[in-house]
Design a protein around this ligand. Structure first.
Ligand SMILES: O=C(O)CCC(=O)C(=O)O
Ligand SMILES: [Fe+2]
Length: 432
């Protein structure tokens, strides 16, 4: 009689770490997954791929102890904790936040600190500077305003997206109770697949989004299509086949995202860290860091890109459902690789993985939560990065469908219902 603890492939349950929280069926699945991994010879995979796979694996759930958490007071792995450098943001950022309350929300003092990592020059993390109301406004803009023609989206490959956009049609159907057969709530199929847009399950810049493409159907309800939205491109549109921008026909860049990204580029101007013992710190906003053992090669890093030179010219909005991932890639289609890339997270939290110019270097993983901003500058602008995991059930309270009764945001519940299983990422690039 075969040992009931043994799989048909001859692997024993003892070969995978025992996790008492898993059902027997889940343990069996973990065992099969391990077997499949071994069979595919993962021994030769790159360091980046290994880390990506670690965080993608669901059963057993991954160990998150090495994921960097920039929240004040968070417990970080000791190797990481000694590398986190709080940096003073440029004071001009306060003026910008005050001026742009339609973007960041009502101004209150604070939000002076960003974070960098020793031995990892060019990554600047700004913890959520938005009020809850401002975040909800951004989410609404991403769904109502930005996800509609003339901006291209993954849905264009199979559907004739109406001028009002799929979200507004969905909202109409839900508010007025139109049934599925009502043409007012439907989206017709494309007459033929549109060239240059045949990459329906990818982000504009990379072609890496891992999620099922929408099935070509004669027509679909807007409500069914909303969770199939994966990306929208802003400003310069992107030529998928040539992996370059269409430079002759830029669309006007959305004002709110233009304001937002320019304010962030102002916040990080002249920001960085110098090294203890260096007698002339490179700028007045430079923190002086004491280097932990193993980082004595680090000469410090200060970000100098002039905000007056920054132009928000192209952007991608990624709409993730909680099981979607974004594979390792470098955003290298921009002619100007000196300008920082500004990236905003909204909704459920995720694990962001970023390494070096080569996939062979072991990357770092960090939490990105709703409102957090990541800037990829200098050497980090050319670094591989990706999202191996969106973390389920991490939507902040202020984005939940049911807000406290005192809240007057009456049209939020439909957005909140979408956000329960979603993460949005808005990233803005200068192209020229
Ligand atoms: O979703 C994210 O945080 C990253 C998105 C990204 O890297 C991209 O669109 O190029
Ligand atoms: Fe990217």
């Amino acid at each position: 009689m075969p040992d009931s603890n043994e799989s048909p492939q001859g692997l024993k349950f003892a070969d995978v770490p025992f996790d008492p929280t898993l059902s027997r069926r889940q343990q069996k699945r973990a065992l099969f997954q391990k077997k499949a991994r071994d069979a595919q010879g993962y021994v030769n995979e790159t360091a980046f791929r290994q880390v990506e796979r670690k965080y993608r694996t669901r059963i057993p759930p991954p160990d998150l102890s090495e994921v960097i958490d920039f929240r004040p007071g968070a417990t970080n792995h000791p190797d990481i904790a000694s590398r986190i450098v709080p940096v003073a943001l440029n004071p001009a950022w306060q003026t910008e936040r005050r001026r742009l309350q339609h973007v960041f929300g009502q101004w209150t003092p604070g939000h002076h600190t960003g974070y960098m990592l020793l031995g990892f020059p060019g990554l600047i993390f700004i913890p959520n500077p938005f009020t809850p109301t401002a975040q909800r406004r951004l989410v609404k803009q991403c769904l109502r305003q930005h996800a509609r023609p003339p901006h291209k989206s993954n849905l264009d490959a199979h559907y004739q997206v109406p001028d009002e956009g799929v979200w507004n049609r969905h909202e109409g159907a839900q508010c007025h109770g139109w049934d599925d057969a009502d043409p007012r709530g439907q989206v017709p199929a494309a007459l033929k697949p549109s060239p240059g847009n045949h990459c329906p399950n990818s982000t504009a810049a990379t072609g890496q989004h891992q999620s099922p493409p929408p099935k070509p159907t004669p027509h679909a309800t807007a409500t069914a299509l909303v969770p199939k939205l994966r990306w929208v491109t802003l400003g310069y549109q992107y030529d998928w086949s040539r992996k370059e921008y269409f430079l002759n026909s830029p669309l006007a860049f959305p004002q709110d995202l233009d304001d937002l990204s320019r304010a962030i580029v102002t916040a990080i101007h002249d920001v960085g860290y110098g090294v203890a013992g260096n007698t002339s710190p490179p700028s007045q906003y430079t923190t002086i860091a004491a280097l932990p053992p193993g980082y004595d090669h680090d000469r410090g890093y200060v970000h100098h890109y002039d905000p007056a030179q920054f132009q928000a010219e192209a952007g991608v909005i990624n709409y993730y459902q909680t099981r979607d991932t974004l594979m390792a890639h470098v955003d290298r289609s921009e002619v100007n690789m000196d300008a920082p890339l500004v990236s905003l997270s909204l909704g459920n939290s995720a694990i962001f993985v970023i390494g070096e110019e080569s996939r062979e270097a072991k990357p770092l993983a960090l939490y990105v939560r709703s409102g957090d901003i990541l800037c990829m500058c200098g050497p980090r602008r050319k670094a591989y990065h990706g999202i191996p995991r969106v973390l389920e059930n991490t939507l902040p309270e202020y984005l939940q469908p049911q807000l406290p009764a005192a809240d007057t945001d009456t049209d939020w519940p439909l957005f909140g219902a979408y956000m329960l299983n979603a993460r949005l990422n808005v990233n803005v690039r200068q192209v020229l």
